[in-house]
Design a protein around this ligand. Structure first.
Ligand code: GLA
Length: 387
């Protein structure tokens, strides 16, 4: 990102070079392990990426909110209201939902000019939407001196996504975008929101993200279906002990599922969440002791569980993972994010990384007719002002 060029584009669009805009960045994320555990009060282990959403922003003296993006040609202008309603399918619902959160908290806003630019591949499950929300939240918080903490901004962004955009996600994506730290992963307890930045020391291994490039169609409805299956499991487990969420059941209690959950599908869903939580605990421990091989095994087990028990993978993700595992130098590989499409995350010996990408690309196209994309991201910081 060339900051002065981005500001120039801002001036070309909005004029008035005497009133300086400021620049913010919020990252996308990749989750290393701990999938579909966040809304179950469990553990996750994501990290922030060096790609995300940039925002050049400036206050004005009128009451107009002006939105523009370098990603596509869809400028929009709207009058500042007391409260907004999501009326149409538009990209501005992401920033508008966040603006609404500030309005609900009685922060007095004026007109604002926005210029966004995102370099997270869209619809790839790498949290492009959370990065738009977080960059908006951090920017408005600063230019209007609203004084909210990063955790407040994370929660406001999640609420914008849940209530305004209408996607009932957990807190992981916004949290990772807010609290990321360069070269660290975030070990987050989604029940208490306690977290720790754990150094991501991969030694002579590379982190590679592979995009299925499959259009995600049913993701939202299937996501909500999984959430209700987990709620059902919690309801049934009340006969065993009073639990608020599946995160409160440990692997040593797995046996009780058979007795209390008769529906085999609901039982499988619960088993995934409980075993996945345990995998995160172990993954963090082994990473701290530099046991990357075991970390990779846990990633593999995570994918198998997401395929067999949680059933959120599908042919494209499975092809990448199971064909990938046959290749030399692969330490671990799994789907990341909500599933059904999107990306896999893999740890691979650096010396075999090129070969991995070449070979996997070929066999993936043969088997699915699609073309995969590969990224070798850096692990970056959370949302912040950059200029
Ligand atoms: C999506 C959601 C997250 C999380 C993951 C699955 O990315 O936005 O909150 O539930 O799916 O782990």
């Amino acid at each position: 990102m060339n900051i002065s060029q981005f500001k120039d584009t801002f001036f070309e669009k909005y004029g008035n070079r005497n009133n300086k805009p400021v620049l913010f960045f919020a990252p996308g994320r990749v989750n290393l392990i701990g999938e579909h555990t966040d809304y179950n009060g469990g553990f996750v282990f994501p990290c922030a990426l060096n790609f995300g959403t940039y925002l050049c922003i400036r206050k004005t003296n009128d009451k107009k909110l002006k939105f523009s993006t370098l990603n596509f040609n869809e400028d929009q202008v709207t009058e500042l209201k007391e409260l907004f309603r999501n009326e149409k399918k538009s990209w501005i619902n992401y920033p508008l939902g966040v603006i609404n959160e500030f309005l609900k908290k009685n922060i007095k806003l004026t007109g604002i000019e926005f210029l966004f630019y995102g370099d997270v591949p869209n619809g790839a499950g790498l949290s492009s939407s959370a990065s738009i929300e977080m960059v908006t939240a951090v920017a408005i918080n600063e230019i209007f001196e609203a004084g909210f903490s990063t955790l407040d901004l994370v929660k406001m962004s999640q609420r914008a996504e849940n209530e305004f955009v209408g996607m009932n996600c957990g807190i992981m994506d916004q949290f990772a975008s807010g609290f990321g730290k360069k070269d660290h992963a975030i070990y987050l307890n989604c029940d208490t929101l306690d977290y720790e930045n754990v150094p991501l020391k991969l030694g002579d291994n590379a982190l590679i993200i592979t995009n299925t490039n499959k259009r995600r169609g049913l993701t939202d409805s299937k996501y909500n279906e999984r959430r209700s299956e987990c709620e059902k499991a919690v309801e049934l487990l009340q006969a065993y002990k009073p639990v608020r969420n599946l995160g409160q059941i440990t692997v040593s209690e797995l046996d009780i599922l058979e007795k209390y959950i008769k529906d085999p599908v609901v039982r499988k869903r619960a088993r995934h969440v409980i075993t996945e939580n345990d995998r995160v605990l172990e993954a963090v421990k082994v990473l701290k002791s530099d046991n990357i091989d075991r970390f990779g095994e846990l990633m593999n087990q995570s994918h198998d569980s997401l395929k067999n028990d949680y059933e959120v993978t599908g042919n494209e993700l499975d092809t990448l993972v199971y064909e990938g595992r046959k290749l030399k130098g692969v330490i671990g590989t799994r789907m990341t994010g909500a599933g059904f499409g999107g990306c896999t995350v893999s740890i691979i010996k650096k010396e075999h990384a090129q070969d991995f990408m070449l070979k996997l690309s070929k066999v993936y196209t043969e088997k699915t007719g699609l073309k995969a994309s590969f990224y070798q991201p850096e692990v970056g910081d959370g949302a912040k002002r950059i200029g």
